[in-house]
Design a binder for this molecule. Structure first.
Ligand SMILES: O=C(O)C(=O)C[C@]1(C(=O)O)C=C[C@@H](O)C=C1
Length: 114
């Protein structure tokens, strides 16, 4: 039995597992807040792009993000392939939002300055 490990309590869940899960819960909450802020920002980007007639996707920017995030992942012990997949998952959703915003501007269902 290692340090921090105790006997299995009556609940059947070891105390150190309960403690680790509390940390996971806090991290998940932070991730949700971070994602909400990122999407709030990318919504703004979607409006800027629509106003300036810029395309929803920017493959050059994405390539630089992939390179940077893969390097950061390597440095911090995260699987770089996972980091790239996660970025791609997010960016795909952002591009979908950008397309919706662009269509709203095209149909004039949004005011031009937002
Ligand atoms: O930076 C932009 O141009 C964005 O629209 C944001 C973002 C992203 O979510 O990071 C999304 C789509 C682009 O292809 C590149 C990056």
């Amino acid at each position: 039995m290692g340090p921090g490990e105790g006997p299995i309590p009556e609940s059947g869940i070891p105390a150190d597992l309960i403690e680790a899960r509390a940390t996971i819960d806090n991290i998940d909450a932070a991730l949700i807040h971070i994602l909400a802020e990122r999407f709030r920002c990318t919504q703004r980007v979607g409006h800027i792009k629509a106003r300036h007639g810029l395309p929803p996707a920017d493959p050059g920017r994405e390539a630089r993000q992939v390179e940077r995030l893969r390097r950061l992942a390597e440095e911090s012990g995260l699987d770089p392939d996972f980091a790239e997949k996660f970025l791609s998952f997010m960016v795909t959703e952002v591009i979908r939002h950008h397309e919706v915003i662009q269509e709203e501007y095209r149909q004039g269902t949004l005011p031009p300055a937002r």
